[in-house]
Design a protein. Structure first.
Length: 527
């Protein structure tokens, strides 16, 4: 019976199986990808636009030619004189001395020792020292009272009152020792007593992380005699602060980009304008606007003051509001109060913030958004410098979804092409796989005989020892033939004798022999 040839046998079947598995995976991946995907399409564009503008009015100044040079001098032409009192009508003078210790951090406790004395310079007697308040222990802030005889003051050309304070401050890191001295001079000018106008002083110092101030001051009251021309009245020291003259307005105004000096600032008129723009008409639009002054840094603390309360508008609009020097003074007081409470540091930041809430109806759906625009400055410098853009905008869109062909590629092909290609190739390979499987099952070659398999194994294993011959030499008469039971024994004998193995192949018989002189070693394998 003639056998049909098997194309590649078992090897071809394995190759077709591997290729088919790969193609099945490729088809799965190709059909797992969608042919269409969802895409967001912009159908409506719009934009919020905000703009700040301002005009600042200044106080009159020499800088801009509003007042003459003489009026700008920092010290007055006639300095304040020391107060004087007639000796003859004075009944008594009562004094007091006050002391305060102010630290930038809390302390555990403060105790003080205070002593007040007077040194009288009498021309006929000489210097005389009088203890007005003996050494006394005090705690925290305190005030001590004392008095001097008017006649003694009249006999002294110069009387110096000296208050000495020795403070002990308890802190977390240990005690702090400090001293403070305050003096007050009284002069006898004929019938008058002249009292120094400087009644107080401040002494600043620091130790480690503690910063502190010692503040001391004298005060007094002069009681006149009942028979004086003014009656029994009490006179107090006059104020040494000269009254401020009202600030006159300047003809100079300052707009954006110009230098604005804080000391010359009188008021500022500010305008915020808003415009909503879109590429398609709107059915209706409504806004709510509010403008606030925000103090501080929002990351640490902030305090908000309304400049324009929430106000409803329709369409484009402008709102006007003002800032004046009273606003800035109030803001500075707020900063001082909060910094004293919190001990927080940082710049005194002022932000003008406009917030607009816009609601509009379009053909593609509603718009409901917030728009914020701000300008910032600090109140720590000598000028007001506004940071931030005067004009700001914020764009927005309305998007809709639609299905489009999937633009992604699979092995360089579109999804549809990849699906068709992989399905076609998989069909062809599947047919070839079935053909190979049938050929291996129905036309499987017969297994070779045992002696043929043995001969093949021996030839592979002992390639350099076995020699194929057409005929094995005839055994001689005197030659001894030794029959062996296995081919391995014959191969071992050939190795020991260093002789080749002669092999003769016949249809049902294979003869192997090794000839060594008159001895023949032989192994015969038969079917």
């Amino acid at each position: 019976m003639t056998r049909l040839p098997v194309i590649s046998g078992m090897r071809a079947l394995l190759v077709f199986s591997a290729v088919l598995m790969a193609l099945i995976f490729g088809v799965y991946r190709a059909f797992a990808l969608p042919t269409e995907i969802e895409e967001q399409v912009t159908v409506f564009n719009y934009e919020h636009k905000g703009e700040f503008d301002y005009l600042a009015y200044l106080k009159a100044s020499y800088l801009f030619g509003d007042i003459p040079l003489e009026a700008t001098e920092t010290s007055p032409i006639n300095p304040p004189a020391n107060p004087k009192y007639p000796i003859e009508i004075i009944e008594r003078i009562d004094f007091n001395f006050s002391y305060r210790f102010v630290a930038d951090k809390p302390v555990k406790g403060i105790s003080e020792q205070v002593e007040v004395k007077a040194v009288l310079d009498k021309p006929e007697i000489g210097r005389e020292e009088v203890i007005l308040v003996p050494v006394t222990t005090q705690t925290e802030d305190f005030t001590v009272n004392f008095s001097l005889d008017v006649n003694e003051l009249a006999l002294s050309s110069t009387t110096t009152i000296e208050a000495n304070v020795y403070a002990t401050v308890e802190t977390d890191t240990g005690p702090v020792f400090e001293s403070f001295t305050q003096k007050l001079t009284i002069r006898s000018r004929g019938p008058l007593l002249e009292v120094d106008k400087e009644l107080g002083s401040t002494q600043r110092a620091s130790l480690g992380e503690l910063n502190y101030e010692q503040i001391g001051g004298f005060d007094y009251s002069v009681r006149l005699k009942p028979d004086s021309p003014f009656g029994a009245i009490t006179l107090n020291p006059p104020s040494t602060i000269p009254p401020e003259s009202p600030a006159l307005p300047s003809s100079k105004t300052v707009g954006p980009g110009e230098t604005l000096f804080l000391e010359l600032f009188d008021r500022m008129d500010m305008t915020f304008s808003y415009h909503f723009e879109s590429d398609w008409p709107l059915r209706q639009i409504a806004e709510e606007v509010e403008i606030n002054a925000v103090l501080g840094d929002r990351s640490v603390w902030s305090k908000t003051f309304a400049l324009v309360p929430p106000t409803e508008k329709n369409g484009d609009f402008s709102v006007t509001f003002s800032l004046d020097s009273d606003h800035l003074s109030h803001f500075m007081d707020v900063f001082k109060a909060i910094i004293t409470e919190t001990r927080a540091s940082g710049a005194r930041s002022l932000t003008i913030e406009a917030n607009v809430h816009t609601i509009a109806q379009t053909g593609y759906g509603p718009i409901d958004e917030e728009f914020s625009h701000s300008l910032s400055t600090t109140l720590d410098s000598d000028t007001l410098v506004w940071e931030g853009e005067l004009v700001d905008s914020k764009a927005g869109t309305i998007e809709l979804s639609r299905m489009i062909p999937n633009p992604n590629k699979f092995v360089g092909l579109s999804i549809g092409q990849a699906r068709n290609l992989f399905a076609t190739i998989m069909g062809i390979v599947f047919i070839l796989f079935l053909y190979s499987l049938v050929m291996n099952v129905w036309f499987k070659p017969e297994k070779p005989p045992r002696i043929e398999e043995e001969a093949l194994r021996a030839r592979r294993k002992h390639k350099g020892v076995i020699v194929d011959v057409q005929e094995v030499p005839e055994a001689k008469a005197k030659e001894m033939v030794i029959q062996l039971n296995s081919l391995d024994e014959l191969i071992k004998a050939a190795d020991n004798l260093l002789k080749p193995v002669l092999h003769k192949a016949e249809a049902q018989r294979h003869t192997y022999c090794v000839i060594d002189g008159s001895t023949r070693y032989e192994y015969i394998s038969e079917a």
